[in-house]
Design a protein around this ligand. Sequence first.
Ligand code: TRP
Length: 393
Amino acid sequence: MPAEDDFTVTPYAVEGDIDYDRLLDKFGADALTAEQKAKFPDPGHPLVRRDVFYAERDVDPFLDAANEGKPHSIVTGRGPSGPMHIGHIFPFYFAKYLQDQTGTLVYIPFSDDEKYFLKDKSLGEISDYTRENLLDLLAVGFDPERTRIIVDTADADVVYPLATAFAKEVTQSTVDATYGEPENIGLSFYPAVQATHLLLPQLVEGRHPTLVPIAVDQDPHVRVCRDIAAKQRYDVAKPGALLSKFLPSLEGPGKMSSSDDAPSILLSDDRETVFDKIRTHAYSGGQTSLKEHREQGGNPEVDVSYQFLYYFFEESDEQVERLAREYQQGSLLSGELKEMAAENIANFLEAHQERRRALGPLEEELEQYRLTESERQDARRRAGYPDNSLVQQ
Ligand code: TRP
């Protein structure tokens, strides 16, 4: 960890107590303005209203295109290194909300290659998580006409030719400076793959504004991709980014990580498990005794149950404001807040699990979301490959 900071945020490591504003200075991204928030479709989304998506790069071209009914797209992906928890899913529900509102195209890449390079897991394990995670993504209910799901190793006929084109634009020293020295050559190459993800909608459909709603740790990938786009060797606009804070872990502020000791709330957890995890583990901003709490009140800023409700699981602004007030005044107790958070999360998960159970076999469901042959061909052509290249048709 660099000496001047007490936190680290890169795509491969998130540690310490994150200062989100300072991070923007470091990354060179901008805070999302009130004006920009007002350009999102009405009714707005709590994640935008409440500054969970708090920063941006070039969000305006996307919002303008959306408002003018012109082509626009979203890319938000998944690295399948384990079971998905509630912190992983909210960008996808957000993308689904925007798709319902504006008809945006949504591209969802799965970086199974990245996670194999990065984690101590076998190809078989990563493949199993890919299948599992895909079912969760399908359960979100995207419109198959306007959504494409890409798995790096399974869609190699398009991913590899494009990544090859972009890899030549990125030097090893850029990779070292942006991510820290990679542990293997797979991770050296991977930024070209994620750049491929972010440019894919434009390579398939032609130049148009793309927005990448992601947690702020993924911003370095966006920067590398924007530099490639800026060279104008390809007819693509720089993708924009909408950057989010991390959903706190049960243990308190910081990223909810599947690899820590504290349990995460998994998308597969049943009601009882959710209540159990929250009652036992959710960090409380309340006082130690009831008497003190009634007198001094609690701190919603650090209370994980409150933060869960605020981030995603309570839709009403009035209700979150009321809860914060009552908690600060001491009339609302930690235990009560925990029950509310658990109730809302359990309801959300039950609905999600219901949709997941209703899906048919994975291959069949996935088929309608895969790139068509002509889309693959178009993407390769726009990346510079001639139509008679020998890619298997
Ligand atoms: N790298 C991302 C992760 O580790 C997953 C991912 C792959 C992604 N391609 C993407 C995210 C494109 C956003 C956009 O979680």
